[in-house]
Design a protein around this ligand. Structure first.
Ligand SMILES: Cc1ncc(COP(=O)(O)O)c(C=O)c1O
Length: 389
């Protein structure tokens, strides 16, 4: 059924939100296939955002691991993460739809910065909703958004993180739907957002596939990506799904202690409805949404995009776990062995690879989607891992 991935997906929204969702769906059908839209987006991605991103071999880590680890370098994109692939696409679409404002939610601040950037570049105004806890832990990104001209609204409801920011953004969209486009930041939410965000993030695996074929004449054996809402992961997986490539998404186990809060709905949740979609959800036995926790703000979300829930249910993608401490150790490992400071989100992906190294065949080709750079996380890393020298 349209808008569904197996039993997951859908449009569980109040009636008043249906008109802008239908308008968006129509705009996708009209503009995404238009050659002038494609050409304008391709130019923005190459000349402004810095695509194609390299595929970097990690020689020292690979020698230690016994297999080749290559990084798809989304951290080298302008603004420092994969989020700009999606915001430039959606900003361009919003312009075609005659909208004058972008609104967005953000957790780590990366999507907020990427939205503010795309809005500035294309002459749109921007309003960004961010949980008050995230405003505190991602201060630098908040200042970046303000400098770019965006209005940042700190959300004081609930756990004051991404979930609450999305609630507020949806509320704002209800009353401003004529002029505002909701630039959703991940491959989740009501249809058509999961497919729209996948469309713009698929460039990650489209490029990677070409790069593997050019460099090695074959595809990777395994692709690994961290999963928050699921946009970098679906972007890194999509082109490989029809092929014989193993795919692993990595969820945040939080402190990793049993019974403690985590951000791992695929491993530890049950089907439920949140933010307009039916997907896997962290919830109490009575269906109340549980607060999530991860050291990484970008993974701190109690649900996940519906396509991941489906890929998990049919066994096409395996979803592993990495804890806060394992991610911090992986952050240090990549910094010290390759000179690359990863964001804490993809550090979870690397942590899974390091923990599962014995299960990965020697000599195989492994790709990690390095979804962002670590500069935004330095305070958190230093607060948790004080350096001795
Ligand atoms: C660098 C980075 N990676 C990953 C994520 C997680 O989001 P998603 O699962 O949509 O890729 C975020 C979210 O802010 C991020 O900033």
């Amino acid at each position: 059924m349209k808008g569904y991935y197996g039993e997951f997906g859908g449009q569980y929204v109040p009636e008043v939100l249906m008109p802008p969702l239908l308008e968006l769906e129509e705009a996708m059908e009209t503009y995404l296939t238009e050659s002038s839209f494609k050409a304008e987006l391709a130019e923005l991605l190459s000349d402004y955002a810095g695509r194609p991103t390299p595929l970097t071999l990690c020689p020292r880590l690979s020698q230690d691991l016994g297999f080749n680890l290559r990084l798809k370098r989304e951290d080298l994109l302008f603004t420092g993460a994969h989020k700009i692939n999606n915001t430039l696409g959606q900003a361009l679409l919003a312009k075609r739809m005659g909208k004058t404002e972008l609104l967005a939610e953000t957790g780590a601040g990366q999507h907020g910065v990427a939205t503010a950037t795309a809005a500035a570049r294309l002459g749109l105004s921007a309003t960004i909703f961010m949980g008050a806890v995230d405003v505190e832990r991602q201060r630098v990104n908040v200042e970046r958004m303000r400098i770019l001209g965006a209005r940042v609204e700190a959300v004081e409801e609930g756990t004051k993180t991404l979930k609450d920011a999305i609630n507020e953004a949806l509320r704002y969209w209800l009353t401003n739907q004529k002029t505002a486009h909701y630039c959703f930041g991940t491959a989740a939410g009501p249809h058509p957002f999961p497919s729209l965000v996948r469309y713009f993030q698929a460039i990650i695996s489209q490029e990677a596939k070409e790069q593997y074929l050019k460099a090695l004449g074959r595809l990777p054996d395994l692709v690994v990506a961290a999963v928050g809402g699921g946009s970098n992961a679906i972007g890194a997986f999509s082109e490989f799904i029809p092929h014989k490539v193993a795919l692993v998404g990595v969820e945040a186990a939080g402190t990793g202690e049993p019974g403690c809060y985590n951000s791992a709905p695929l491993n530890l949740g049950r089907p439920g409805i949140l933010h307009g979609q039916r997907s896997m959800l962290l919830q109490t036995p009575k269906g109340q949404v549980l607060p999530s926790h991860s050291i990484s703000a970008g993974l701190d979300y109690p649900s996940v995009g519906p396509e991941h829930a489906h890929l998990n249910a049919i066994g096409r993608v395996k979803y592993g776990l990495a804890s806060d401490q394992e991610a911090l150790a992986a952050f240090m490992a990549l910094s010290r062995s390759e000179g690359i400071l990863p964001a804490l989100e993809p550090s979870h992906g690397l942590a899974w690879i390091l923990a599962n190294r014995e299960k990965i065949d020697r000599g195989s080709e492994v790709m990690l989607c390095l979804s962002g750079r670590g500069d935004k996380d330095l305070d958190i890393v230093l607060g948790n891992l004080p350096l001795k020298d």
